[in-house]
Design a protein around this ligand. Structure first.
Ligand code: SF4
Ligand code: FES
Length: 291
């Protein structure tokens, strides 16, 4: 039996019991879908991309999958609204979490203006890296920034001094420190946070630290209570910056080569011995920071 139905304010005709998604497609109305296939008997509505607003007559409409909806008398359908985009976007983000490699998902998301989450980049946005770089190291070489509507950890150009503490504290390994050809490169994703030559230890001859690191440690020794480069006032620096610094350097990096950090610690300890106040490293190596 032929029925009159209203789609996006326009009266159309369709057979009672017809699949609504097929009717919409037949009329040239684009609706995203992935789990519907006309060759298969019963749609099961798993992808949740084909949502439209459905009602009867002047009554309220509700969001419904078009692939599992059948035409009936007085049907009124809206195929685009903010709510529809929101529910389709939510569905798309779920699908993308399962299959982030799928180009087709990206194409559909783009074609239908869906709001998708950023691709996984290994960073869980815990904020440890930029906070420790700012609060303890005082360099401020990383910051939280919004790109294309999403939060990302990004480098602050020219501020990295090559401690590598950000990589050390990162729980996911999203930040890397690579020492190669006497150069240390600190990176996040494919972006370089800082690149520094490595200086040799006068005692053992090993490449151990960056000039900016050594300069920083020396200045720190001279000033005692202020970590150089800190943008805060003296009072804003933690009360025991030395122990904080030691703790920071001792954080166990997940699966990374720890030897460079140990060497750096040894140098730092040498500096610290020159300070007047005795320093205890025992509490510093506690696992309060590590997992
Ligand atoms: S890069 Fe690592 S430490 Fe920084 S916010 Fe992401 S997961 Fe956290
Ligand atoms: S086409 Fe997948 S839920 Fe309708």
């Amino acid at each position: 039996m032929i029925n009159e139905i209203v789609i996006d304010g326009v009266t159309q005709t369709a057979e009672e019991g017809q699949n609504l998604l097929r009717v919409l497609r037949h009329l040239g109305i684009r609706v995203p879908s992935l789990c519907y296939h006309p060759a298969l008997k019963k749609p099961i509505g798993t992808c949740r991309l084909c949502f439209v607003e459905v009602g009867t007559g002047e009554g309220p409409r509700r969001l419904q999958r078009s692939c599992t909806t059948r035409v009936k008398p007085g049907l009124s359908v809206v195929t685009w609204s903010e709510e529809i985009v929101a529910v389709r976007s939510q569905a798309m983000n779920t699908l993308m979490a399962y299959a982030p490699q799928s180009e087709r998902l990206f194409r559909i998301a783009g074609d239908f203006g869906l709001h998708t989450n950023p691709l996984p980049d290994g960073c869980i946005r815990c904020g440890l890296c930029y906070r420790i770089c700012e609060e303890i190291i005082g360099a401020g070489a990383l910051k939280l920034a919004h790109r294309e509507g999403h939060a990302h950890i990004v480098p602050a150009p020219g501020r990295c001094i090559g401690y590598g503490t950000c990589a050390n504290i990162c729980p996911t390994g999203a930040i890397t420190v690579v020492d190669h050809d006497q150069v240390r490169t600190v990176s996040i994703r494919d972006e370089i946070i800082g690149q520094h030559p490595l200086e040799r230890c006068e005692g053992c001859g090993d490449l151990v630290a960056t000039p900016k690191f050594l300069e920083s440690a020396l200045t720190y020794r001279e000033k005692g209570s202020k970590i150089p480069g800190s943008r805060g006032s003296r009072r804003s620096v933690p009360q025991s910056p030395r122990s904080s610094l030691i703790r920071t350097i001792l954080i166990r990096p997940g699966g990374k080569d720890f030897s460079v950090m140990v060497q750096v610690l040894q140098i730092l300890m040498g500096f610290l011995q020159l300070l007047q106040t005795p320093v205890s490293t025992q509490g510093g190596s506690s696992s309060g920071w590590s997992t």
